[in-house]
Design a protein around this ligand. Structure first.
Ligand code: UT7
Length: 323
């Protein structure tokens, strides 16, 4: 038998405020048509004034715990993937732990920007396989609306806020590629590309800063690197794209999602797409897509999933798991 980190609960939370493209036409020189045709985004959710990443993360955590039929005391660890922590420290994860009144276990954040959730899943998998934790709550939560430069039309139309969460549990499986749970992972980063996507503020400047992106360059890296990491992870699992029930990609741009699926020779009918409704929610986009995909009836028990993401760093990677 082989120990696997198996998904036993999923949930998400989206702030109430929905901002359609038309609303952004009143802010910057843009059009609904440009945003839809260049990115696939039609609307996004924005957190309310005073609503922070930890609030969104807590709501998603509660939904995932309810789905798993567990309470916070049943967990050993909480990992939050985020680049928009409420404060420089403590971590969002410990804030969620406090909100859930969880007094046991440990909690910490993972910061790999849009690739944060695949990094957090990989970390949770390692904790479970090493025996350091049995049940881990993995959350992706972001309030990127707080990082936007509202005079920069090339970025402010692309991002949104939200949170998604999974509960993972170590469960013995037969030890084949038909096992449930995480079957393979593949992570990369290359710091020489740090200027392609970054926030121009932080402790060094004494400001929060704004998101800056060379979109075309990031786009170019994305299609190539995402297909490549997904192939590597599938190969490690002893599987091929033909075995994939659903690609659950980071939701940055429908053209990147389509380009990656095409390179993997997986038809778009087998890709979970939420970018039209959420925009780019960075580390939250994959768990949001997993939760929405399950709620839509797309993702079913036993389905083989490939998640892949790329973002600031550059950092990228993928996780192959059976639902
Ligand atoms: O999640 C982290 C990873 N991030 C990504 O994956 C994002 C990757 N990049 C992208 O998704 C795309 O590059 C964008 C959606 C950001 C941009 O699409 P593009 O096809 O690469 O457009 P572009 O940046 O080359 O801009 C084309 C034109 C420019 O005008 P000129 O120079 O051709 O006259 C821009 O000024 O579109 C203009 N433009 C806009 N026009 C209307 C840029 N932003 C806007 C806008 N509304 N919001």
């Amino acid at each position: 038998m082989t120990l696997r980190a198996v998904v036993i609960g999923v949930g998400h939370y989206l702030p109430d405020r929905i901002v359609p493209n038309a609303e952004l036409e009143t802010l910057v020189d843009t059009t609904d048509d440009w945003i839809r045709s260049r990115s696939g985004i039609e609307r996004r959710h924005f957190a309310a004034e005073g609503q922070n990443t930890s609030d969104l993360a807590t709501r998603a955590a509660q939904a995932a715990l309810a789905d798993a039929g567990l309470v916070a005391a049943d967990l050993d660890a909480i990992i939050v993937a985020t680049s928009t922590a409420d404060l420089t420290f403590p971590s969002v994860a410990t804030m969620v732990q406090g909100n859930l009144a969880m007094r046991n276990g440990f909690a910490f954040d993972v910061q790999a920007v849009c690739a944060g959730f695949v990094y957090a899943l990989t970390t949770a998998n390692a904790l479970i396989l090493s025996g350091a934790a049995h049940r881990v709550l993995v959350i992706g939560a972001e309030t990127f609306s707080k990082l936007m430069d509202w005079s920069d039309r090339s970025t402010c139309v692309l991002f949104g806020d939200g949170a998604g969460a999974l509960v993972l549990e170590g469960i013995e499986q037969p030890g084949t590629s038909l096992d449930r749970g995480i079957l393979a992972v593949d992570l990369h980063s290359d710091g020489q590309f740090k200027d392609l996507l970054y926030v121009d503020g932080g402790v060094s400047t004494g400001t929060i800063g704004h998101l800056r992106m060379q979109g075309k360059e990031v786009f170019r890296h994305a299609v190539e690197k995402l297909a490549s990491t997904a192939h590597t992870a599938l190969e490690r699992a002893g599987l091929t794209p033909d075995d994939v029930a659903w690609i659950v990609p980071h939701q940055a741009n429908i053209r990147i999602i389509e380009g990656t699926a095409k390179r993997m020779q997986v038809p778009m009918e087998r890709v979970v797409v939420t970018v039209q409704d959420h925009g780019n929610t960075s580390a939250a986009s994959i768990p949001l897509a997993l939760s929405v995909g399950r709620a839509r009836g797309q993702i079913k028990p036993g389905d083989l999933l490939v998640t892949e993401a790329i973002g600031g760093g550059l950092a990228w990677g993928s996780v192959v798991l059976r639902w």
